[in-house]
Design a protein around this ligand. Structure first.
Ligand SMILES: *[C@@H]1O[C@H](CO)[C@@H](O)[C@H](O)[C@H]1NC(C)=O
Ligand SMILES: *[C@@H]1O[C@H](CO)[C@@H](O)[C@H](O)[C@H]1NC(C)=O
Ligand SMILES: *[C@@H]1O[C@H](CO)[C@@H](O)[C@H](O)[C@H]1NC(C)=O
Ligand SMILES: *[C@@H]1O[C@H](CO)[C@@H](O)[C@H](O)[C@H]1NC(C)=O
Ligand SMILES: *[C@@H]1O[C@H](CO)[C@@H](O)[C@H](O)[C@H]1NC(C)=O
Ligand SMILES: *[C@@H]1O[C@H](CO)[C@@H](O)[C@H](O)[C@H]1NC(C)=O
Length: 211
């Protein structure tokens, strides 16, 4: 009896061990395969989410420099001298455009620029501060006083006044900041370089080209 009891007590756990071993033999490899598949799916999901976030960020959070240029020029009060006393004087009304292609606003400070005849500065541009909303274009009108006061002993001016055509070039730069969802704030300095020809006969600016 004592031995039997002892055997029963010993046998019971052994039987459970065998059942467990059998269960492990069938179940364990299956469970391992399943969990490694889950891990692969999880990693693929994480990588895909990361790629989507990167793509969205590169579209919406990339700060581009707004496009800044002169759209048109009106010539007011144009006066000019003659070949023996060459001079010119005019008020230009320039329409500037600032095209903001960002998904956020662009705020810029007061800026300035110049107009040249050859290498001589003949006018100054003053551009007031402003804000361009996301994916909008802002138009600004500025008056530019141009005059030949600084142009000395320029033989070209004599022949240009004679031909009735004056070639002017301009350059301006503005400093501002693109604000993308209050998350990315990046300084951008759009520049504008344009050239135009003043027709002294028609009192108009023609051949306006910006790059
Ligand atoms: C050229 O202009 C000057 C000053 O305005 C004038 O004194 C001169 O007579 C003009 N010459 C000609 C040829 O028109
Ligand atoms: C040019 O025009 C402005 C204003 O119209 C005037 O103050 C200036 O004296 C003029 N300059 C010349 C060289 O005629
Ligand atoms: C920008 O220019 C305007 C007009 O000239 C002036 O009132 C304003 O104070 C200037 N702002 C800055 C920040 O210089
Ligand atoms: C005159 O014009 C020529 C050609 O357009 C240019 O090369 C030259 O630098 C000009 N001279 C001055 C003093 O602007
Ligand atoms: C312009 O030319 C005049 C004579 O043609 C001369 O006396 C003067 O010094 C010259 N000025 C400059 C800045 O070259
Ligand atoms: C300047 O304007 C006049 C009058 O509109 C025109 O006849 C002439 O062709 C123009 N000059 C040039 C170079 O386009």
């Amino acid at each position: 009896m004592k031995e039997e009891n002892y055997q029963i007590v010993r046998a019971a756990p052994r039987r459970r061990d065998e059942e467990y071993a059998a269960a492990v033999k069938q179940g364990k490899p299956f469970r391992k395969e399943k969990s490694s598949k889950c891990l692969v799916y999880f990693l693929v999901l994480i990588v895909s989410l990361g790629a989507i976030v990167l793509i969205l960020a590169s579209i919406f959070l990339r700060a581009k420099t707004p496009e800044f240029e002169i759209k048109s020029v009106m010539v007011n009060r144009l006066t000019h001298g003659n070949a023996s006393s060459p001079s010119f004087n005019a008020t230009l009304v320039a329409e500037l455009t600032m095209e903001n292609n960002n998904f956020g606003s662009f705020k810029f400070q007061n800026g300035s620029g110049s107009l040249w005849y050859g290498i001589v500065t003949v006018g100054d541009m003053k551009i007031g501060e402003g804000l361009v909303r996301a994916r909008e274009t802002k138009t600004m009108k500025i008056n530019i006083q141009v005059g030949s006061n600084g142009v000395l002993n320029n033989t070209n001016l004599t022949s240009d006044i004679n031909s009735g055509m004056l070639k002017l070039s301009s350059h301006a730069e503005l400093h501002g900041r693109v604000n993308l969802f209050n998350f990315v704030k990046k300084k951008k300095s759009p520049e504008m370089s344009c050239s135009m020809t003043l027709n002294l006969t028609s009192h108009a600016a023609q051949d306006l080209v910006c790059n």
